[in-house]
Each structure stands twice: as C-alpha cells, then as structure tokens.
Ligand binder design. Structure first.
Ligand SMILES: Nc1ncnc2c1ncn2[C@@H]1O[C@H](COP(=O)(O)OP(=O)(O)O)[C@@H](O)[C@H]1O
Ligand SMILES: [Mg+2]
Length: 808
C-alpha cells in the first residue's frame, strides 16, 4: 500500500493544528520517490492526524487506544455537519480511491466508498467473493482488508503508532493470537475452535448420558430393593398351595358331617309332621278359646256401659221429677201467700170509710187552724206598720218641738236686742228675724199638738193589735201537728185503698191453689210409679250382667281341648337336633370361606412370584442397558480425549506454538540482523514458546530473551530498560514485517511510524535512521513516513514534509 494523495475536511486536528478546514497533500509530488520521508512541524501541528489518515483503514490508530483498533469513532474527530476523508492509494499496480463521509448534523451517519481505477474511469471496488462497495462502512472494511490485508496485521507490522503497546508487553495468549494472524494460521486456529466446539458438545452429551445412566442405575437399585422386600416368592407360593389343600380337605370333612345329619333328620321327618299337625290343632283350639274369652269380655263391657247409661238416665229423670214437684210446691206457697193477702185486703176495704171520715176531720181542723193563723199574722203585720208609724210620728213630733223651741228662742231676742224700739230697728236683721218667728210660733204649737194627738191614737191602736196578734207561735205548732196527723191519715187511707183495690185480683188465687194442690198430688203419685219402673229395669240389667260374668269365669278355666293336645304332643319322641345341622352347615360355610381365602392367598402368591420374575427380567434388561451406556460413556471419554488433544494441538499451544517455534529462528535472525545494523553486535534476541515455571518445569508460553554480549547476560525483554525496549520492539516489529513480507503478497510497501525518538542520544539517533534504511532495504519497501520530533533526524531523512508550511 502506497498513499498517493490525501484530502481531509472538517477534522479537529487539522483545524486546531493548521487553522484550516480542509487540507490536501499530494504525496507523489511531495516525496518525489524518496525512501525516508520525515513529517515535521511543531507540537500539535497535526502530524499524527495526518499520518493516521494516510492509510485506507477506517481508523486513526493513535486515537484508538493502546489495546487495539476497536475503540475508535470518527465522530470524536470531526466538527463540520459533513466531513470528508479522501485518499488515493496504490496496491501493486492498481490505484484505489477511498472516500469516507462523516455526517454529524441531524442523525449521525458514516458512508464509505472504495473505487478502483480501471482503464479510464473509477469503478466500485470488487472482491473475488463478489463483495462490491455499496457505501456501508462494513462492506468498505471488508474490501480494504481483502485488498490490503487484515488491519491487525497492518497496524502491528507496518504502522507503529504513538501510545501503542509494545510487542514485548503482550501476554502469551495475545502474542500467540497476533502471531497466528501474522503467520496466517487463522485456518488452523479456526479448526482448533471447531474442535473445542465439538468437545463442548461432547461434554454436554456426556453430562446427559451420565445423568441417564445414573437414573437407570437408580431404577435398578429401586427394582432390587422391591425384589428384596418381596422375599422368597417360590417358597411363599408353595406354602400357599399346601394351605389351600388343607382347607379343601377340611371342607370335604365338614360336608360329609352335614350330609349325615341331614339323613338323620329325614328319618325323623314323619314324626315331625304329626307334631306339626298337633301343634297346629293346639294353636287353633287356643285361638278359639281366646276368641270366646274376648267376646265375653266385649259383651260384659257392653252390658256395663248399658247399665251405667241406664243409671244416668234414671238419675236424670228423678232430677226432672224433683224439679217439677219443687216448682208446684213453690206455686202452692205463692198461692197460699196470696190467700192471706186477700184476707188482709178485705180487712183494709172495711177500714177505708173509717179512714176517709178521719181524713175529713183532720182536714177541717187544719183548715181552721190555718185561717186563725192567717188572721193573727195580718194583725201582726198591722202592728208592725203601726209601730213604724209610731216611730215616724215620734220623730216628727221631736222635730216640731225643736222648731217651736227655736222660734221661741228667736222671739226672745226682741227683748234683748238694744235696737228694739229704736229707729234703727227696721234695719236690724235680728229683729226682723224675731218678728218673723213670732208670726210662725202659733202654727208650730198647733203642729206639736196635732202630732201628740196622733201619737196617742197610734199607741191605742198598737195595744189593740198586740192583744189580737198574741199566740201565733203556739198556733203554728198546733197547725204542724194537725198537718202531720192529716198526712198520716192520708197515707193509711191510701194504703187501705191500694189493698182494697188488689182484693179482686187476689180473689183469683183461691181456685188456682186448689188446682195446684191437685197437680201436686198427681205428680207425687206419678213419680213413685216411675221410680218403681226404673228400679225394675235396673235389676233386669244387673241380672244380665251377672250371667255374663259367670260365663266369663267359667270360660277362664283351662281349655280341655288344649290339654288333650298337649298330652298327645308329650307322647311323641323328641324332635331331631336342628341346631346341630345349622352348626354343621355354618362350619361348612366357614370351611368354604377358608378355602376361598387360601385360594386367593395362593393366587396372590403366584402373582407375586410372576411379579418377582418380571422384576428380575427388568433388572437384567436395565443392567444390560447400563452396561451399554457405560461402554458408550467410555467411548465418549476416548473421543473427548481425542478431541481435547486435537483442540489443544490446533490451539495456541499446539501447531500455532510449533509454527511460532518454526518461525522463531527466522524471526530471531531477522531481528538480530536489524539489531546489528542499528545497535551493533551487543544485543541478540531469541524467541521462546516454552517457558520454565517456578518448579523448573517447561510449559507453553511466550518470551523474548535478549543476550547481552557486552555483559554476557541473558534476560527477558521485559527486564530491559525503557530505551532498550523501544529498540528491541522496533527491531522485532520490523522483523515480523519482513518475515511476513516473504510470505504474503498483500503486504504494505510503505511503513509508517509515529514514535518517540526524543529519548535517544545522538549516536542512537543516527543508528535509528540506519536501522530504518536497513529495514527498507531488507524488506524491499518503497518508503517510510516517519514523524520526527528532533531536527537532527529530519535532516537525515531523504525528504521532509514540513506541515508548518501548510498552516495558515
Ligand atoms: N479529536 C480531537 N478533538 C479536539 N482536538 C483535537 C483532536 N485531535 C487533535 N486535536 C488537536 O489538534 C491538534 C493537532 O493534533 P495532533 O495531530 O495530535 O498533533 P501533533 O502534530 O502533535 O501530532 C492538537 O492541538 C490537538 O489537541
Ligand atoms: Mg503526534
């Protein structure tokens, strides 16, 4: 692979290092066929960004981390919405163009195309297996690896990136995998993996077969246990057979006994028939006797009930008779009382005129007394009026006397008044008044006289009236008594009149009394006759009852017919022992049941024997199966051992280790040739695929041992100093590239290195460049691009691409 022309657009490294969005470098023009080309520029100018993008592989190794090429993403390296990497390169005689478009704006997407230049134009690259570039990153990767070789090989032999781990730091497995890739042993390794897969599958199968085998063994164990539990089934079945025979013999004996007893019973059957007949007759006689007794009991019961009814009826009739008689007697008593009342009424009628006369007299006395009393009361009222008048006259007479006295006092003033008889007397009021009194004085005296006369008359009148009105109280008492007597007489008269008035009605009682007495006499006679008839009827009933009782007592005596039949029955011989036949029959049944049980036991024992037989057969089959399985497992073990051996042989520690061993001397020779070229004869290396363990045993491993001729020591490369290690690593890496170059047509014609060269001293720097030239020469490489950090090294290069010039 030779890079021809590179265009980068939108990369952070170019923007930050050179201040450009886009960078175009034409390597054909810039190198002009030089072998060692130095890339120079200040720190952070963009040298690594450029070198990383000078290969068609879609990765930037200095950004991919120390452990490989996987952890890389273009999205961390670009900043425009659409970014480009376009590289034209050559492989052999064919010119290719890689175009990678990284889109960040919107949805992230990366497209990669590979074209090859044909006769006149670019066409999508194509592999022998038909893979054609279609823009997908995966297709692009396959195409590039198909044309330029695997990325891993390329980056571990032709490209030494900064920060990549050195070969000497790889672990055994890693280095062997890498070497297997480098030595094109991937087919071997793939087979080794397939052998491992077969082994894994066999292991699974073995596990399943073991489980099944174990299950089968357990089944055999369970069957054996069951068989042991069953015991000796042959002996058991023999015992059961003997038991069954004994039971059968017992049943035969019991049956014979029963038959003999039944024959005896048949002989006794005639007598038994007679006995049965007699018993039947006895039963009939007893039944008839019991029926008669029952009938008589019923008749007695009926007669007793009739008697009781009769007695009740008679008692009722006697009671009603007594009631009739009592009623008639009560009537007679009432009528007798009426007759007495009638007598008293006649007497009262005789007294009525007497009482009437007396009442008249009493009424006239009362009337006279009332008139006298009215008169006296009139006089008493007049007396009260006269006494009132007397008091009025007394008052009037008093007033008239006072008035006359006043007139006289006024008249007496005429004498005492000084103006009397004087001229002024006409004007004196007192004197005028006295004169007026003098005129009135005679009238006043007349009034007093008249009133005195009236008073005297009234006093006379009062005296007369008081005499007339005296005795009112006694008269009142007399009137009260007279009125009481009058009322008493009136009551007696009324009573006598009422009695007299009832006389007619009471007179009717006499004929009724006669009639009642007649009826009473008749009823008494009738009652006596009825009572006699009832007694008669009752006695007849009693007689019937006693006749029945007598017959019942007679019937209660023991039945003669039954006694006769009992005597006949007693004369018969005793009946055969039916219980013995029953017992014999029962024993027979028991024997039969025992025989059945014995037969069942025998059957069960036979079945158990058959089952045991079956178990033995199953055990044999399963054991056979177990044996087969175990043999199969043994074969499986053999196969697994074989496959395990094969996997190991085809693995890193087998053929791969052998191939590495095989390649070891040649690799060592190449590395030593390079070491001699750049470092002189001091160091020589040898590659070891077997290392000694702590116990001194050899085991598969990987180590590079370095022989120091100056000090005559041998040590692992891991024990070398940092600077020495860089040298040896560089030589080893290049040696590997050279070794591969002999075998592989897809090797890169260009080498790339981005190494730390600042650590070398001046002499080593020169030797370092010599080594580079030696590698190019031995390997037949066209060119090496290397990034130099020191001006001396750049000066030693055939051509310098100074990136400072590209900066804006
Ligand atoms: N992915 C990135 N993101 C941001 N800055 C980056 C990225 N890659 C490189 N740079 C910057 O771009 C510049 C160039 O980087 P680099 O190519 O490694 O420089 P050098 O010339 O030292 O090898 C540096 O300043 C670095 O920090
Ligand atoms: Mg750098």
């Amino acid at each position: 692979m030779i890079p021809l022309k590179l265009t980068l657009t939108g990369f952070n490294g170019i923007r930050d290092g050179m201040g450009r969005e886009s960078l175009v470098i034409d390597f054909e023009r810039e190198t002009g066929g030089a072998m060692l080309v130095a890339l120079t520029g200040g720190n952070g100018r963009g040298k690594s960004t450029l070198l990383d993008n000078m290969t068609p592989y879609p990765v930037m190794p200095s950004r991919a981390g120390a452990d490989g090429l996987g952890a890389f993403s273009y999205y961390d390296e670009v900043y425009l919405p659409e970014n480009h990497k376009e590289l034209e390169w050559r492989m052999g005689d064919t010119r290719y163009r890689s175009q990678i478009v990284i889109r960040v704006g919107g949805k992230r997407r990366t497209e990669a195309y590979l074209h090859e230049f044909g006769e006149k134009s670019w066409t999508p690259a194509r592999l022998g297996d038909g893979t054609v570039s279609d823009g997908r990153m995966e297709t692009y990767g396959r195409l590039v690896e198909g044309i330029a070789g695997p990325a891993a090989t390329f980056f571990s032999t032709a490209f030494s990136a900064q920060q990549r781990r050195q070969l000497s730091a790889y672990r055994n497995g890693e280095i062997k995998s890498l070497l297997a890739d480098l030595l094109r042993l991937d087919a071997v390794r793939e087979r080794g993996e397939r052998a491992n897969e077969v082994l894994r599958l066999l292991r699974c199968g073995q596990r399943a077969a073991r489980t099944q085998c174990e299950a089968q063994r357990q089944a055999v164990h369970a069957l054996r246990h069951e068989l042991a539990e069953m015991g000796d089934t042959t002996a058991q079945s023999e015992l059961a057979r003997q038991n069954r025979n004994v039971a059968a013999a017992r049943l035969d004996a019991r049956r014979n006994t029963l038959a003999a007893l039944r024959a005896e019973a048949d002989v006794a059957a005639g007598q038994e028939a007679r006995r049965v007949q007699l018993l039947a007759e006895r039963g009939t006689a007893l039944t008839g006797w019991r029926q008669t007794i029952e009938e008589l009991d019923n008749a007695i019961g009926g007669e007793e009930a009739a008697r009781d009814d009769m007695a009740q009826r008679h008692a009722q009739r006697a009671a009603s008779r007594e009631t009739g008689l009592a009623s008639l007697r009560a009537q007679r008593t009432t009528l007798l009382a009426s007759r007495e009342q009638e007598r008293r009424a006649a007497l009262a009628a005789a007294h009525v005129p007497l009482f009437q006369h007396l009442a008249g007299r009493r009424a006239s006395v009362v009337s006279e007394l009332r008139q006298s009393l009215a008169r006296k009361e009139k006089l008493a009222a007049d007396l009260a009026l006269a006494q009132a008048r007397q008091m009025a006259v007394e008052r009037e007479a008093g007033q008239a006397a006072l008035k006359a006295q006043e007139l006289r006092r006024r008249l007496s003033l005429t004498r005492e008044v000084p103006c009397s008889g004087m001229p002024m007397q006409t004007g004196c009021k007192l004197l005028g008044d006295a004169h007026a009194a003098h005129a009135l004085l005679p009238d006043a005296g007349a009034v007093v006289a008249r009133l005195n006369a009236a008073y005297t008359a009234i006093v006379d009148e009062i005296n007369g009236l008081r005499a007339g009105a005296s005795g009112i109280a006694s008269m009142c008492a007399a009137l009260a008594r007279a009125e009481q007597r009058q009322q008493c007489t009136a009551r007696r008269l009324a009573h006598a009149e009422r009695q007299a008035a009832r006389r007619e009605a009471l007179a009717l009682a006499a004929p009724l009394l006669t009639e009642v007495e007649d009826r009473l006499a008749t009823a008494a006679d009738h009652s006596a006759a009825e009572r006699a008839a009832d007694d008669h009827e009752y006695q007849a009933q009693e007689r019937r009852l006693s006749e029945l009782v007598r017959r019942r007592e007679e019937a209660a005596r023991p039945c003669a017919a039954v006694a006769r039949l009992d005597a006949q029955l007693a004369s018969l011989p005793p009946p055969p022992d039916l219980g013995a036949i029953g017992r014999a029959a029962q024993e027979c049944e028991q024997a039969q049941a025992q025989l059945r049980t014995a037969e069942q036991a025998q059957l069960a024992a036979l079945r158990a024997r058959d089952h045991a037989e079956e178990l033995r057969r199953q055990i044999a089959v399963k054991e056979q199966d177990c044996g087969r399985r175990e043999r199969g497992l043994a074969r499986l073990d053999e196969q697994m051992e074989m496959w395990s051996l094969l996997a190991k042989a085809l693995g890193n520690d087998g053929i791969i280790a052998l191939a590495i061993d095989d390649a070891g001397p040649e690799l060592s020779a190449l590395a030593n040739q390079l070491l001699l070229a750049c470092y002189g004869p001091r160091f020589t290396v040898s590659i070891k695929t077997q290392v000694a363990t702590a116990k001194g045993e050899l085991r598969e491993g990987f180590d590079i041992t370095v022989h120091d001729a100056q000090r005559d020591t041998v040590k692992s490369v891991t024990r070398m100093s940092g600077g020495e290690r860089i040298w040896i690593n560089e030589c080893l890496t290049r040696a590997m590239a050279l070794y591969l170059a002999q075998a592989d047509g897809r090797r890169s014609a260009t080498l790339f290195s981005d190494e730390a060269d600042g650590a070398f001293d001046a002499q080593h720097k020169r030797r370092f460049m010599e080594m580079k030239r030696e590698v190019l020469r031995v390997g037949g490489y066209a060119r090496e691009f290397f990034i130099s950090h020191t001006p001396e090294l750049a000066e030693m290069a055939d051509r310098v691409i100074d990136l400072d010039q590209y900066a804006t």
